[in-house]
Write a protein that binds this ligand. Structure first.
Ligand SMILES: Nc1ncnc2c1ncn2[C@@H]1O[C@H](COP(=O)(O)OP(=O)(O)O)[C@@H](O)[C@H]1O
Ligand SMILES: CC(=O)N[C@@H](CCC(=O)OP(=O)(O)O)C(=O)O
Length: 289
């Protein structure tokens, strides 16, 4: 058997690599990074573990990560089991009184707690909440035709600061409270954008199932301005589920978020690649400096 015990030279090499990484990790120290984890990006347990490790590492190196999650496919699965049919209009689920109960149970219960448990298993300290907790996200009905679908009209993120003070990572389900006691179903991207704007976040990362925003020739564009997005939308290059995502990005930037990145959440360590590598990952959207 070869002796694989590390030598002093091995330890010195490792320590040297770690010390070189220090300036890199200082780049986002103190920054608030809101991460939207979509249902399609959650996938396997391995993908969830990779995501959880990224979040824990970010927290250890001084980032304030705030997670907002989706869970559309998981809601679909539960509704199907119960024989409830739901339609989507412009990417939003038509949500009746029965459906909102299932949406809240799946998002605040199953999906949120799965993420919390994954982060805690990696040594982090996560807590699962929804937009109802501490009146984080107050909503109004988006459109009577959509039922209990809400648009955030007031965000109260103050208590998120107290979580950050104790290095507790919030995992937020996109459920909002109405002023008359209603429960509202909020699109995950919309919720993440509203919370990021309320926090004036340094970055909003929208994790999805494509490498980034593609131009008319199908190439991923690594950086673009809000103006370029508007043009791509007018030209029909941005379609389907990408429309609410890019609209969220534009609204978040208008609301004071420094930059938004649309990236593939299925890629292992997507968040670390974006924050800590020279070229990042996905498509970065920000106003020209
Ligand atoms: N210009 C574009 N660039 C990239 N993806 C696009 C574009 N236009 C439309 N899409 C579609 O948008 C989808 C992402 O939206 P969606 O499926 O709603 O994501 P999620 O479930 O992660 O919220 C992509 O899978 C892609 O099919
Ligand atoms: C109003 C509305 O459509 N809400 C979404 C909330 C979950 C979500 O946004 O999930 P993804 O991010 O995985 O798509 C829904 O009911 O599916």
């Amino acid at each position: 058997m070869p002796d694989t015990t590390p030598t002093n030279a091995d330890w010195v090499a490792t320590a040297s690599t770690l010390s070189q990484a220090l300036p890199l990790f200082q780049r986002y120290a103190g920054a608030t990074v809101v991460i939207k984890l979509g249902g399609h990006a959650m996938g396997s347990d391995a993908a969830m573990r990779s995501f959880a490790r990224d979040v824990v590492l970010m927290s250890h190196v001084g980032v304030n990560p705030v997670i907002v999650h989706g869970g559309g496919p998981m809601i679909n699965e539960m509704l199907e089991k119960q024989g409830v049919v739901s339609d989507f209009v412009h990417g939003k689920r038509v949500t009746d009184a029965e459906t909102i109960k299932v949406v809240e149970m799946v998002l605040s219960g199953l999906v949120g707690k799965r993420i919390v448990q994954a982060i805690n298993a990696e040594g982090g300290r996560a807590i699962g909440i929804s937009g109802k907790d501490a009146s984080l996200m107050i909503c109004e009905q988006t459109d009577p035709a959509l039922g209990f679908v809400g648009t955030p009209v007031e965000c109260n993120p103050k208590f998120l600061q107290s979580l950050n003070d104790t290095k507790t990572i919030p995992v937020i389900a996109p459920i909002g409270a109405g002023r008359n006691g209603e429960t509202f179903n909020v699109n995950g991207d919309t919720a993440a954008g509203a919370i990021a704007a309320a926090l004036k976040a340094d970055r909003l990362l929208l994790l999805t199932d494509v490498a980034g925003l593609k131009d008319a020739s199908g190439e991923v564009v690594s950086e673009m301005t809000p103006e370029a997005i508007r043009q791509m939308t007018a030209d029909g290059v941005i379609q389907g589920g990408m429309i609410p995502k890019t609209q969220t990005a534009l609204d978040a930037i208008d609301g004071g978020v420094r930059a938004v990145v649309i990236l593939d959440g299925r890629v292992p360590h997507a968040c670390l690649l974006e924050l800590y590598t020279e070229h990042g990952a996905g498509s970065l959207i920000r106003t020209p400096r």
